[in-house]
Design a protein around this ligand. Sequence first.
Ligand SMILES: Cc1cc2nc3c(=O)[nH]c(=O)nc-3n(C[C@H](O)[C@H](O)[C@H](O)COP(=O)(O)OP(=O)(O)OC[C@H]3O[C@@H](n4cnc5c(N)ncnc54)[C@H](O)[C@@H]3O)c2cc1C
Length: 427
Amino acid sequence: MVYSSRSLWSETATSDSPRHILTGSHRADVVIIGAGFTGLRAALELSESGLSVVVLEAGDVAHGASGSSGGQVNPIPPFNTPSQFRRLLGTEYAERLTNTYIQSADDLFATIKKYQIDCQARQNGWLRVFHSAKALRKEEVCVKEWNEHGAGIEFIGRSEIERKSGTSAYHSGIITPQGGAVQPLSLSRGLAKAAEQRGVKIYSKSAVLSLDKSEGKWTAKTSIGSVLSDWVIIATNGYTGDLIPGLSKSIIPITSIQIATDPLPEETIGSILPEGHTMSDTRRVIMIARREPDNRIAYGSHGREFGNDTIGGVEWLIKDAERVFPQLRGVNWSYRWGGKVALTEDRLPHLHEPKPGLLVGLGYNGRGVAISNIMGKVLAKRVLGANPNALPFPTSPIMKIPFRSLKKTLEGPAIWFLRLLDYLESR
Ligand SMILES: Cc1cc2nc3c(=O)[nH]c(=O)nc-3n(C[C@H](O)[C@H](O)[C@H](O)COP(=O)(O)OP(=O)(O)OC[C@H]3O[C@@H](n4cnc5c(N)ncnc54)[C@H](O)[C@@H]3O)c2cc1C
């Protein structure tokens, strides 16, 4: 069944001022395409250094994944471990990227504090729950590696997991102390406001349709305006189109969806996430959950987006939420919404510099709230003259994902197959 979107974040976010559509010709030091966390954080960092910055956004601020995300600020990436980083990138980058990931949540909470962004930020730790004994065995190896780098992750047994999460559906789990939560649309609006207070110009409903270089300068054109600049940053993640050759083929956009309840009475919600942890599980088709300060539950996983603000996959998600938390059976799930994340072939975030003055940062593989902010900061550093070899992310060529169309086509059936594996494994 197809549902109209209704986002909890849109209804509870801090207010935002309307922005203009880009018209006429403009000049800036840097043009940023995309006003999600990556683009906004890059804009904010650049504005601190006195450069003139224009951000062009196809929708409104945080129209993409940033405004629709689960808002879990979780620092460990969903797929690779430090030893896998080493295998993919060599020792030096692996060390830098491992440390960058571990520090990414602290960095974001410090930024929120520095700019006094009102976004219900709370750093109560991230509860990651294991759906099977096999998942525990796998995670023991991963956690050891992260802890060797100072992540400070703690194992917790079944009864403690049950008490901290409010569900008996899981085998055991871990707590990562740096994790936490934000209201993601309020955070995006707060970053935008801080950047604008420092002189950044943000235009909404201003999709960039072409990008050309002539005489050492870039021109980004929208339907009724253009900006000439020295640098361009592309920060379009799961919404990446064909602005530069091959970029859209270097990622696979995947839809994630969220549902949320109305505020619930204490007798219903009391036992669920009582210490305010964010929660996710180890299933191949991941589940994420959080409890809001006003006693709602937000719950998310994979889903489908049909355009025109409609989504699918809601029935399965409600069924799963009520299986994991039987306390929620029969409550009103009044909110459902979704957005696109970008998967990369090697499951690493990608930083590209395909031409002088042109930077791209994308590919957070579904866990991007903290690391996209770091990417934005790193892109800004590069514009300001940092040596590309000294950044936490290696600068890589844009590579088409092999058999991408087939992989995209098979996504739907693959999700059902992975859900079946998860189910069999967790029995
Ligand atoms: C439902 C959902 C739940 C998630 N939950 C979590 C979570 O709990 N924790 C976590 O860590 N991560 C989560 N993520 C992932 C995280 O939200 C993303 O990794 C992160 O927000 C990416 O930020 P971004 O700025 O790179 O991209 P986006 O926020 O997607 O921004 C890209 C922007 O580019 C704009 N754009 C595209 N093309 C153009 C163009 N030609 N011209 C102008 N603008 C353009 C789009 O309109 C969009 O606003 C979730 C994602 C979704 C969808």
